[in-house]
Design a protein around this ligand. Structure first.
Ligand SMILES: NC(=O)c1ccc[n+]([C@@H]2O[C@H](COP(=O)([O-])OP(=O)(O)OC[C@H]3O[C@@H](n4cnc5c(N)ncnc54)[C@H](O)[C@@H]3O)[C@@H](O)[C@H]2O)c1
Length: 252
C-alpha cells in the first residue's frame, strides 16, 4: 500500500475510522471524508502525530458538487475508493416516514453513487483500482424492523455488481462487504435511541444473534477491506463478501 492513494468516506467513526488507521499504518496516503468536523479533525491530528499521511476533508457524500471539488484536489491518481459512510433507521414500512426513507436513500444510496461518479475518472486514469462498498447482511436477508436500511443495502449490492461489470475491462474492481453486527458508535447510538435504559440487555441480545456469540470489531472489517484493496486481492471483483460470525451461513 505504500504511496497508494486511498479515499474513505465516513472515516471519522467506527468501521471507517478503523480503515483509515489500517491503511495509514501501511504507509498509504489516506484521504477521508466525513460530515462530522470535530471528530474528523481529531482523527487527522492523531494520525499525523504518528507520522501518517492522513488528510481529513469535511464534506457531505450526498453532494456531487462538494465531493467532486474535493476529488479535484487529490494530488494525482487514486487507487482505492471505499464507500463506507452510512446511516441507519429502525422500523417497518408503517413506521418509516417519507423523510426517513429519503434520508436513508440520500446518504446510503445516492452518496455511494456520488462518490463513485466523482472518483471513477481518476481510477480509470490511473489504469484501474478498487472500489469497495459497505453493504450489510440486510441486503440478502429479511432482518426485522430494518425496512429503509435494507432497501439501501440492497441497492448497494446491485450498484456493486453493475459497476464491477461495466468497468472490469478498464481495470477497476468493485466489491462489497456485508458485515453482521459490528460494535461501533452506530450500534451504541442505535441502542441509546431505541432502547433507553435497556442498552446492556439489548447489547447482549444483539451479540448473541451471531452464531459465533459476539459482534465483530471494526478492526476485523478493516483488515478484510485492506486485503481486498491490496495487490493480494486483485482476483476479487463483483463479490459480496460476508463477515458476520456465521449469521448468514449457519442459520438455526
Ligand atoms: N456497525 C454495524 O453493525 C454495521 C453492520 C453492517 C454494515 N454497516 C455499515 O458500515 C458502514 C459504517 O458503519 P459504522 O457502524 O462504522 O457507522 P458510524 O456511525 O460509526 O460511522 C459512520 C460515519 O459516516 C459519517 N457520515 C454519515 N452521513 C454522512 C454524510 N452524509 N456525509 C459524510 N459522512 C457521513 C458519520 O459522520 C460517521 O462518522 C455503514 O455504511 C453501515 O451501514 C455497519
Amino acid at each position: 500500500m505504500k504511496d497508494r492513494t486511498v479515499l474513505i468516506t465516513g472515516g471519522a467513526s467506527g468501521i471507517g475510522l478503523a480503515m483509515v488507521r489500517r491503511f495509514a499504518r501501511a504507509n498509504a496516503q489516506v484521504f477521508f471524508i466525513d460530515a462530522n468536523v470535530s471528530q474528523g479533525e481529531l482523527v487527522e491530528k492523531e494520525e499525523q502525530e504518528k507520522g501518517h499521511q492522513v488528510t481529513f476533508w469535511h464534506a457531505d457524500v450526498t453532494s456531487l458538487e462538494q465531493i467532486s471539488e474535493r476529488i479535484q484536489q487529490l494530488p494525482g491518481k487514486i487507487d482505492t475508493l471505499i464507500n463506507n459512510a452510512g446511516v441507519s433507521h429502525v422500523g417497518k414500512v408503517e413506521n418509516t416516514s417519507e423523510e426517513d426513507f429519503d434520508r436513508l436513500y440520500q446518504v446510503n444510496v445516492k452518496g455511494m453513487f456520488v462518490c463513485t461518479k466523482a472518483a471513477l475518472p481518476k481510477l480509470i486514469e490511473n489504469g484501474g483500482g478498487s472500489i469497495l462498498n459497505m453493504c450489510s447482511v440486510a441486503a440478502t436477508m429479511g432482518i426485522p424492523d430494518r425496512f429503509a436500511y435494507s432497501m439501501t443495502k440492497g441497492a448497494a449490492l446491485s450498484m456493486t455488481l453493475s459497476i464491477a461489470r461495466d468497468y472490469v475491462s478498464q481495470g477497476v474492481r468493485c466489491n462489497c462487504l456485508s458485515p453482521g453486527r459490528v460494535h461501533t458508535p452506530f450500534v451504541d447510538g442505535f441502542l441509546a435511541k431505541n432502547y433507553p435504559g435497556q442498552e446492556k440487555e439489548m447489547f447482549a441480545k444483539l451479540a448473541a444473534t451471531q452464531p459465533i456469540g459476539r459482534m465483530g470489531t471494526p478492526e476485523e472489517v478493516a483488515e478484510l477491506a485492506y486485503f481486498i484493496s491490496s495487490e493480494e486481492g486483485s482476483f476479487i471483483t463483483g463479490s459480496n463478501i460476508n463477515i458476520d460470525g456465521g449469521f448468514l451461513g449457519l442459520k438455526m
